[in-house]
Ligand binder design. Structure first.
Ligand SMILES: [Zn+2]
Length: 387
């Protein structure tokens, strides 16, 4: 693609994304928001309408009432494409098909697999999920498939580099395998990067610069910089959970000892509670014990909050994001927030602490794979580095 073609594609995507974030915008509004000339806006609206990606949504009633002052308005065309998303963790695999607007058409969920699986078994599970989701329509009508994978993921090559629930250390070419079988474009990325993209395209659409930190069984992070996902040089960016916590010696899933993950990861917290003499089977049990004022849970939470605050202070100090999202099972707890913010203030430059807005989100279990489907839209129509 030449530079001129690249520029044109970027401008077309700018109009498309302006309409996505401002449904029912008029041409004048699209011109104002996008900063493009009216000539360019008209040209690209025609192009996008012909491509079937947007459609005229008519005029607002009050404008229709004013004779001669009718303004056409536009929104995405749901029939503009069909995206299939599959998301899997150690616990579950869920899939979804959405229309071009992101509305869910079909969902499918697979029983949890408790043991470690071979690469072939994992591929079969993914294929099964895709087959079930596409039972009612021809696969060739899919625009793309998005996969959100745990472990270490190289989004450029589409390989799962390492994943603890897999009985293999050899990189698994997820993208190549799925493309070979179904013949549609496939995008693969890490779960937290996909969460950050979804957050950016939905809730955080006006924030061009933010960090997203997710704490689940491990701790990973992703960065949106100038509306694009930051990508590291080797596909290992954002592995916050493997920073060392000095003085800690527990063995980590990565093979090292004393990683942040071994202090703040859900599984490690549950084990730690048991080792300190408490009955605790899930992360929910720990949160309940903490909320009910259990002394051991409170002591443990102090240690966890300090470690997270230290890691977050490193992220804020290095990147100075305007906004930071912290998502996990226990981070939205009011008492946790208070301890965490107290420690963060201690570790962070005063100006950065004052200026960084922190948003705490409780991890939603059982959410569907819509964010994996959104990965397709992001790569095809949004990501400026790929066009
Ligand atoms: Zn580690």
């Amino acid at each position: 693609m030449s530079m001129v073609e690249k520029r044109k594609k970027e401008r077309i995507n700018l109009v498309l994304n302006t309409i996505k974030t401002h449904p029912d915008a008029s041409k004048t509004e699209i011109k104002k928001i996008s900063g493009l000339s009216m000539e360019a806006v008209l040209q690209y609206i025609d192009y996008l309408t012909e491509a079937g990606l947007i459609r005229c949504s008519g005029a607002k009633a009050e404008e229709e009432a004013k004779v001669g002052r009718r303004a056409d308005r536009y929104r995405l065309d749901p029939d503009g494409g069909k995206f299939l998303g599959v998301k899997f963790t150690a616990r579950r695999m869920s899939g979804v098909v959405t229309d071009f607007c992101g509305d869910v058409i079909a969902t499918y969920e697979l029983e949890r697999e408790t043991r470690r699986v071979t690469p072939q078994e994992l591929m079969e599970r993914i294929f099964h999920c895709i087959d079930r989701l596409t039972e009612t329509f021809p696969i060739r009508t899919l625009t793309a498939i998005g996969l959100a994978a745990p472990g270490f993921v190289n989004s450029e090559s589409g390989e799962l580099l390492r994943y603890n629930n897999l009985v293999s250390d050899v990189p698994l070419p997820l993208k190549a395998e799925v493309e070979k079988k179904y013949g549609v474009p496939v995008f693969v990325d890490g779960t937290t990067r996909v969460k950050a993209i979804a957050y950016h395209l939905n809730a955080g659409k006006n924030i061009e610069n933010f960090a997203y930190i997710f704490i689940g069984s491990g701790c990973t992070s992703a960065y949106i910089y100038k509306d694009s996902l930051y990508r590291g040089g080797n596909g290992f960016d954002g592995e916050l959970g493997h920073l060392p916590v000095f003085g800690r010696t527990k063995e980590c899933s990565c093979g090292k000892k004393g990683c942040l993950e071994t202090v703040v990861g859900n599984g490690y917290i549950v084990k730690e509670m048991q080792e300190r003499g408490r009955e605790c089977r899930t992360i929910g049990d720990f949160v309940s014990a903490f909320e009910q004022g259990d002394a051991v849970a409170a002591e443990l939470m102090e240690e966890i909050a300090a470690c997270i605050a230290y890691a977050v202070s490193a992220v804020i100090t290095l990147y100075d994001p305007r906004y930071l999202v912290l998502c996990g099972d226990y981070v939205a707890d009011e008492k946790f927030k208070a301890i965490f913010l107290r420690d963060l203030e201690r570790f962070c430059l005063h100006d950065l602490f004052e200026r960084t807005q922190i948003h705490f989100i409780k991890n939603q279990r059982g959410d569907n794979a819509s964010d994996a489907a959104l990965l397709c839209y992001y790569n095809l129509y949004y990501n400026k580095t790929l066009i």
